[in-house]
Design a protein around this ligand. Structure first.
Ligand code: HEC
Ligand code: HEC
Length: 390
């Protein structure tokens, strides 16, 4: 646990005490689900979680009117049945620009200390939500310059008038982008996934939840031969974790030897990892360790979606880094910035199947189909038309 975070947390709560938002009555507060073994989530004092905020955020998350040309919502790239990924290597934004990186899953996103694949300064869900809404490089929802048009859509919709009022009763005019990003963050904090066969097995609820093969896979995952558990550690299978008690002090960004295009460790532009922001040579190719929850449905894999199957992911680790021929050629295993824990190992075909059986046991079908997290507009329903109906 690091001291700086505690200091920040104290500063935040002092500031919040002075503003109206902190007067939210306690009984209205909503707590994210807390499966056995999950720590308490850090919820910012200045954006307390309530049922009304969650419900507002859920509506906005699924509403294409949030994009300037009304063609995309958050859910266009974050689909519930794919653990809120989109099945593409790299998604395309609302105006047709391709994004450089793979859409990330949103399960347990409320437990992350930093957001996106390689950005150490994007530290809250509220800040993160501004990126797809306002970002220009590349354009995702394209709100910049269209703010008033977008807000007018919500202001003119009876359903939203009620939703915003209930979520922020103390506001004279709650229909603002500040409240939009706060509500989105409230929705996202509720997206807890911890009811997979693996969870049911480790919680002692069902000894048969894991097949013998998956049980052998758990052993391999936690073995000194494979080393997976060092980076994909703990309840969310990543070193990147923040809880109500602070955050992990372990490095969350590592280079796994996916590329080595110049023989000196370079990753292809613009996906150079932390290096892109820090210019620190040793940060080349460092990406945040992803969760492995629901990994069966989040293909394709890695920051750029450049690995298609779990079999190929394991081959990459077994080789101690990926070797590519042709375009982007290079021997990732000799990348000088590669983490020492990615050193390669021998694995039989049967063991590979075991490891994959374990990874697939992290699929939480309850989460993937939970109606609480689904579109409130119903399948194929146009949010615009359902707006003033009920
Ligand atoms: C056009 C596709 C697209 C749209 C639309 C989109 N996202 Fe994303 N999302 C992505 C991609 C790609 C990433 C990874 C970004 C990166 O690493 O730079 C991402 C990352 C995230 C993350 C970070 C997850 C993590 O593990 O750190 C969150 C949270 C998120 N998106 C929420 C949202 C919300 C909320 C909206 C709507 C306001 C939204 N996204 C709209 C594609 C999209
Ligand atoms: C040194 C830390 C480290 C070790 C050891 C490690 N991983 Fe990873 N893992 C990462 C990072 C970082 C990424 C993302 C890399 C990137 O996109 O460039 C990743 C990505 C993955 C992905 C893709 C997830 C996604 O959503 O795209 C899977 C699956 C995976 N690892 C499984 C494993 C398995 C299985 C092992 C053991 C054989 C293992 N990892 C060992 C750090 C590690």
């Amino acid at each position: 646990m690091t001291t700086p975070l505690r200091l920040v947390a104290v500063g935040v709560s002092l500031a919040a005490a002075a503003c109206a938002g902190s007067e939210t009555p306690r009984e209205e507060r909503l707590d994210p689900a807390r499966p056995a073994g999950f720590p308490e989530m850090a919820i910012p004092e200045e954006n307390l979680l309530t049922e009304a905020r969650f419900e507002l955020g859920r509506h906005i998350f699924y509403d294409e009117r949030l994009s300037a040309n009304e063609s995309q919502s958050c859910a266009s790239c974050h689909k519930q049945e794919l653990a809120f990924t989109d099945g593409e290597a790299r998604p395309v934004g609302s105006t047709g620009e391709e994004l450089p990186r793979n859409a990330q899953p949103l399960a347990n996103v409320g437990y992350l200390p930093v957001f996106t694949w390689a950005n150490p300064i994007l530290r809250s869900l509220e800040e993160q939500a501004r990126v797809p809404i306002f970002g220009d490089f590349p354009i995702e929802l394209g709100a910049t310059g269209n703010e008033e048009v977008i807000l007018a859509r919500f202001r003119g919709d009876l359903r939203y008038q009620g939703l915003f009022r209930e979520a922020y009763p103390e506001d004279d005019d709650p229909i603002t982008f500040l409240r939009i990003v706060e509500a989105l963050a409230s929705f996202e904090r509720m997206l807890v996934s911890g009811d997979s066969p693996f969870d049911r097995y480790v919680q002692g609820l069902d000894d048969d939840a894991l097949s013998p093969s998956a049980k052998r896979g758990v052993e391999l995952f936690n073995s000194e031969r494979c080393e997976c558990y060092h980076c994909h550690e703990g309840f969310n299978f990543t070193t990147a974790v923040r809880t109500a008690n602070g955050e992990s002090s372990r490095t969350s960004f590592v280079n796994t030897g996916l590329y080595n295009i110049d023989g000196d460790g370079a990753y292809p532009d613009p996906n150079t990892g932390l290096f892109d922001l820090t210019d620190e040579p040793t940060d080349m190719g460092k990406f945040r360790v992803p969760t492995l929850r629901n990994v069966e449905v989040t293909a394709p894999y890695m920051h750029d979606g450049s690995i298609t199957t779990l079999e190929d992911v394991i081959d990459h680790y077994a080789a101690g880094g990926r070797t590519i021929e042709g375009e982007r050629a290079g021997e990732g295993s000799s990348n000088p910035y590669k983490d020492a824990l990615v050193r390669g190992f021998d694995i039989t075909a049967e063991e590979k199947a075991d490891l994959i059986a374990f990874l697939k046991s992290l699929t939480d079908t309850t989460f993937l189909h939970d109606p609480r997290f689904a579109s409130p507009f119903g399948r194929g329903t146009d949010a615009r038309r359902s707006g003033d109906g009920r």
